[in-house]
Ligand binder design. Structure first.
Ligand code: CAA
Length: 255
């Protein structure tokens, strides 16, 4: 298996394990990532962490050696496979955090962009270098990057193929934090800030915020009203407000 799943208390770590190719995404690995996300999504895990094996790379992108000599339909199916697998992270009930431990290029950065949060080691380097291959990003990069860091910076990254180092990535909002020291431990600590909350409430919050990048303010506000109304209907909302009044800690049941 080139994708490893391991349980760490209430978290699951998905690790790409192909360090000899800098964890490059063959189509087989992309399918394995999809199976791993499916497995975690139906488990009782409270958050998903994703990282790459080795000191050097999170993931150096699509496996360039597999990209050649394909029919037009195979090229289209390839992009759709990567997009649909990465989109599973957006549909999973628990939050996801990319731990960028080195190079995150092309499809590797697109995988990280599909996570809700990104932490990076100080040595991490990120970019969408597809333009240097005469290509453009095909696993969601042209859509998720501008939503995250704005059109001008996204265009600069995509149209120059530039590499962004970790401090700059933090500055422009590409990563949430640069972590000195143990990245996995930092990921666990980051996740623990939200793992005791209600998963339905976390999901409504995420869906509402995502809508902000996709629709007009008036439509987005309607969506927020609907999702916040849904949140009121949950048992967890009753529990949260009961606990506040009783001055005790809430015990959410994801219901
Ligand atoms: N695909 C296949 N193999 C890759 C790879 C990739 N994306 N990236 C690295 N490798 C392989 C190399 O071929 C090499 O294997 P061999 O030892 O068998 O030759 C091994 O990993 C180590 O790589 P390097 O020797 O190149 O390591 P380096 O430290 O000198 O350079 C690097 C590191 C700058 C990341 C360089 O490997 C590189 O530029 N990789 C390609 C990055 C890239 O262009 N990614 C985008 C891919 S296209 C894409 O992702 C499309 C999309 O949107 C879905």
């Amino acid at each position: 298996m080139t994708v490893e799943l391991s349980r760490h208390d209430d978290l699951v770590l998905i690790k790409l394990n192909r360090p000899e190719a800098l964890n490059a995404l063959s189509f087989a690995i992309i399918k394995e990532i999809g199976n791993a996300i499916d497995e975690v999504a139906t488990s009782d895990a409270r958050a998903i962490l994703i990282t790459g094996e080795g000191e050097k790379a999170f993931c150096a992108g699509a496996d360039i050696k597999e990209l050649r000599n394909r029919s037009l339909m195979d090229q289209k199916r390839g992009a759709e496979l990567g997009q649909s697998v990465f989109a599973k992270l957006n549909a999973a009930p628990m939050p996801s955090i990319a731990l960028i431990n080195g190079y995150a290029f092309g499809g590797g950065l697109e995988l990280a962009l599909s996570c809700d949060f990104r932490l990076a080691s100080p040595e991490a380097k990120m970019g969408l270098p597809e333009i240097k291959l005469g290509l453009i990003p095909g696993y969601g990069g042209t859509q998720r990057l501008p939503r995250l860091i704005g059109e001008a910076r996204a265009l600069e990254m995509i149209m120059t193929g530039m590499t962004v180092d970790a401090p700059e990535a933090e500055l422009i909002g590409l990563v949430n934090q640069v972590v000195e020291g143990n990245l996995l431990e930092a990921g666990k600590t980051f996740a623990s800030r939200m793992t005791r909350f209600s998963l339905p409430a976390l999901g409504f919050a995420r869906d509402a915020v995502r809508r902000a990048g996709e629709t007009s303010l008036s439509e987005g506000l309607k969506c927020e009203a609907e999702l916040s109304t849904l949140a009121y209907q949950t048992e967890d909302a009753e529990e949260g407000m009961d606990a506040f009044e009783a001055k005790r800690k809430p015990e959410f049941k994801d219901a």
